[in-house]
Design a protein around this ligand. Structure first.
Ligand code: GLU
Length: 311
């Protein structure tokens, strides 16, 4: 299927999980998602991905709104502002996920975490390839049951707007993956596919840590007869050690900066410099001022994030 919105403006989304405060990496991804949509005259949906009820902290949602607004970003649809495609909180969308699940060829799986951890083959995602133990009827009665998708064979290939061509043989490199967990939480992969389609999202910009999820999502879209959005995976902010930026690196979170009375313009400038959107001479800028000249391609070669003059 082709895109939803031929002749219409692009519809993108920013989809944070309220499991922790927004850090500078989240801020840069949010800024880029906003710029990518706004520079094309599109609409931005803010979706709260609280599907994992074991980790979601509802009190963080209001903080997300305040932090993004402080950064200079806005959105056209979301839990706080409403819109035609809501509800915009995953915890309120169980019926959408159940309807999608009912249309997929799935089976129950009673493998325990320990059993899954002990599997020998490491796959494309850095996790073990599920060998289909329960697909072949080896379920253990009385154990909590997850639901897995019987993944069709074949390779998925797509061209990422930032990273270029990417391919994955999902059945061989990931295996049958979980659609609903044993604790009844809806799996991210199913929820995101059902939501992107229901909200008519045709352009997705998110962190590069989700690149290897995209083939699973495209395969689900095909099985459900849904269109595939265009994808852009942007670099993560790395800490000094080259790993994903974390609290241990001492980087402030967005709320901490805001509540300490920092102005957003120096941070926006630092984020923009780190992905080549402005030159080193730019020390303060508003998000809105980046819209006109926005080039997604610049993000291909990120530079270190240099935070100075924030306070
Ligand atoms: N909720 C995910 C996260 O916060 C993002 C999912 C997505 O953009 O597809 O990492």
């Amino acid at each position: 299927m082709t895109s939803w919105s031929q002749g219409q403006v692009p519809r993108g989304r920013y989809a944070p999980s309220p499991t922790g405060r927004l850090h500078l990496g989240n801020a840069r991804t949010a800024l880029l998602a906003w710029l990518d949509v706004r520079s094309r005259g599109g609409r931005l949906v803010l979706r709260i991905e609280d599907n994992d009820f074991t980790r979601a902290r509802p009190e963080l949602e209001a903080r997300i709104y305040r932090d993004l607004t402080w950064l200079g970003l806005d959105w056209d649809e979301g839990p706080d502002v409403g819109g035609a495609f809501g509800p915009y909180r995953q915890s309120e969308r169980a019926d959408v996920y159940a309807a999608a699940l009912a249309r997929l060829d799935s089976y129950v799986c009673t493998c325990t975490r320990a059993e899954l951890r002990a599997l020998p083959t490491m796959g494309a995602t850095g996790e073990a390839v599920y060998p289909g133990t329960c697909r072949h009827g080896a379920t253990q009665p009385g154990r909590p049951a997850a639901i897995r998708w019987r993944v069709p064979a074949g390779e998925v290939e797509f061209v990422d707007r930032v990273l270029g061509p990417y391919r994955q043989a999902v059945a061989a490199e990931v295996g049958d993956f979980v659609l609903r967990r044993a604790d009844a939480a809806w799996a991210y992969q199913l929820a995101v596919v059902a939501d992107d389609a229901a909200m008519q999202i045709d352009t997705v910009l998110r962190g590069a840590d989700l690149l290897d999820s995209t083939p699973r999502q495209i395969l689900l879209q095909r099985a459900l007869g849904l269109p595939t959005p265009e994808y852009a995976h942007v670099p993560l902010i790395l800490g000094p050690g080259g790993a994903k930026l974390s609290k241990r690196d001492g980087a402030p979170d967005l709320s901490a900066l805001r509540e300490a009375g920092a102005a957003p313009e120096p941070l926006v400038a630092a984020l923009a410099r780190s992905v080549g959107l402005v030159g080193p001479q730019v020390r303060a800028i508003r998000a809105q001022e980046l819209v006109a000249g926005f080039e997604l391609a610049a993000t291909r070669t990120p530079a270190p994030l240099v935070l100075d003059g924030l306070m």
